[in-house]
Design a protein around this ligand. Sequence first.
Ligand code: UDP
Ligand code: MN
Length: 385
Amino acid sequence: MTLIEYRQDESHVRKCVRHGSSISKAQSSKLLPSLSNSSKNIPQPSILSKMTSALSAMLRARKSAPLLWGIVICLVFFFTINFPSPTTAPCDCNNENSYNDHTTSGSSGLFPSDKHKMALLIPFRDRFEELMEFAPHIHAFLNSQKKNHHIYVINQVDNLRFNRASLLNVGFLESAVDCDYIAMHDVDLLPMNQALIYDFPHDGPFHVAAPHLHPRYHYPTFIGGVLLVKREDFRLVDGLSNKYWGWGLEDDEFFARLKEANLQVHRPGNLTTGNKDTFKHIHDRRVRRRDMIKCYNQQEVTRRRDRETGLSTTQYHVQSIKEMSIQGAPVTVLNVILECDRNLTPWCDCTENVGNVPRSQRKSEKSEDVIVPKLNRKTHITQDG
Ligand code: UDP
Ligand code: MN
């Protein structure tokens, strides 16, 4: 069973990734107590073989006894129905909660007063120092709000350009399903005001890092940085586009999806802090350079709404899963290899071809499909990092 075969169906991905080649037996039994326990229900071959040899001895003794043959047939029938092979047994298609439960680190249901649980998804590559500061900070911040949560670092380990949106899709698919909402959370944004609430977003997506609070981006349709979305809403819009390799616009395309689905974005109100003191943005732009390269027809395609790709088309392998604790904060690191459809998005790798298709060669586009926000550089962007 390979992972790729099952990726088109979200539930299959989540079931079958556990049994795919990417996770060793030792890892999966450690990470998946529920699955390894379920295999205990499967009769061990030694018991079966003992029963078989006892029966065959009886048969040899009374070769013509039809009653014994009847028992043998009934037993074979019984085991076939009740004990399917170990590879299919844990893949119970109708019970989401029976698989993908690798939140073993104790955060599940820590706060009974909170009826929900958040999967904090951090798209990640090469931000070690930021993570060391972020994980303990957010864990303490959410604990003081008594919010059930678990931190997932979705670490892109392939050689392609960074793809924040696809990593968030992977995080959604791989996070435990007892988390009923996700936070799409940048690793370099630290909430500093306890009045920022990370509650279950009952009424639709909740943009914690609102334009009036984010240290850098202030345009009205901005939904990047920190966004809370409940599972059903994320699925409704088919997650994020997979076409955004490199920096920028994937969150604006996601905004277009939410708008089209009539999901209104809510934001914090009545805070005493503003865009300088609500979040700490640990980002030095000379050290952590934004990948603004454009190649092939990237610019033309990514400025438009994507109706082709999303959660359901995300192609990836989970290379390994590591459970760790960062100064007491439990963290699950998913080392992820993204796959790129080079016919659809050749710009996932710009080493061969840098530069854009000339304007004259670009296809015409429906104006309502343009997702690029109209920015006034003076009022909508602060050069903070
Ligand atoms: N990111 C990362 N490695 C990269 C680029 C981005 O881990 O090479 C993640 C990280 O979580 C970061 C987020 O993507 O906070 C957004 O990227 P960035 O901070 O560069 O964008 P900004 O919002 O500052 O423009
Ligand atoms: Mn940043």
